[in-house]
Design a protein around this ligand. Structure first.
Ligand code: TMP
Ligand code: ASP
Length: 237
């Protein structure tokens, strides 16, 4: 597979064309941002961990019936993926109150929900990814009703799969963000990444944060936390 021109550079990844118009190469960086790019830093080794973790989890999800963009890991930081046009929705599933949910509704972090919640943000950096509901998404033509239904179905399926998997690793899956894309024939597949950048992962015994909140909140031990969750995942997979 020949790597061609760089098409895009995001906050955490670069995307390259290949000689196949239906395939792209993503390259994971160590760059970290928070608060819509206001806070910037580096998490040494993050790109390698996020690449490998995302690939392992996506392969597992494929087996469980959730289609993904994953094709093949090419190197420590690079993966071949199916080309998609991203649905401009950030889908957030929560099992436990934390982060913006706790802040918005005045609920202590750590309160366990009876059943998972789902919410959408409009993926638009200029607007600061504002929260919206399904009716807003339809009004803005961000997705069709059928796409929203399948996105919800896949997102809850991802939650059920990952909750069990992480529990077996001694990690509690608090919440996470997903992005979906459309293949050239319109099929909706899971895209972007699943990593400590996009999930809240707490040690099941101690409650210690093992994710990007260590960076967002200046808790220290960021690299060690990423290495620890990766170690537990590879020991279990
Ligand atoms: P929140 O509580 O800040 O809304 O975050 C919910 C989840 O989404 C959490 O696991 C972190 C993840 N997330 C992203 O992946 N990207 C983002 O830009 C934000 C704000 C959150
Ligand atoms: N996506 C956020 C940013 O724009 C990072 C985060 O909080 O996860 O910097």
């Amino acid at each position: 597979m020949e790597k061609r021109a760089q098409l895009y550079e995001g906050k955490a990844k670069k995307v390259f064309a290949t000689d196949d118009p239906e395939l792209l190469i993503v390259s994971y960086k160590d760059d970290a941002t928070a608060f819509n790019g206001l806070k910037k830093g580096t998490i040494v080794g993050k790109g390698v961990i996020n690449n490998k973790m995302s690939n392992l989890l996506m392969q597992r999800l494929e087996k469980a019936g959730v289609p993904t963009h994953y094709v093949k890991e090419l190197s420590d930081r690079e993966t071949l993926v199916k080309k998609v046009s991203i649905v401009p929705l950030e889908v957030i599933v929560r099992n436990i109150a934390a982060g913006s949910f706790s802040k918005r509704y005045g609920v202590e972090e750590g309160v366990v929900f009876d059943s998972p919640t789902i919410e959408f943000s409009y993926k638009n950096d200029e607007l600061g990814d504002p929260l919206l509901d399904e009716y807003h998404a339809l009004a803005l033509h961000l997705a069709t009703p059928e796409e929203i239904e399948i996105i919800k179905k896949y997102s809850f399926a991802v939650n059920e799969q990952l909750k069990v998997f992480w529990r077996e690793c001694g990690v509690t899956l608090v919440d996470f963000k997903l992005e979906f894309g459309r293949l050239s024939d319109g099929t909706v597949v899971l895209a972007d990444e699943i990593s400590p950048d996009t999930c809240r992962l707490w040690d099941s015994k101690t409650g210690e944060k093992l994710d990007k909140d260590r960076f967002r909140r200046d808790l220290g031990g960021v690299e060690d936390a990423y290495a620890e969750v990766m170690k537990r995942l590879t020991a279990h997979i």
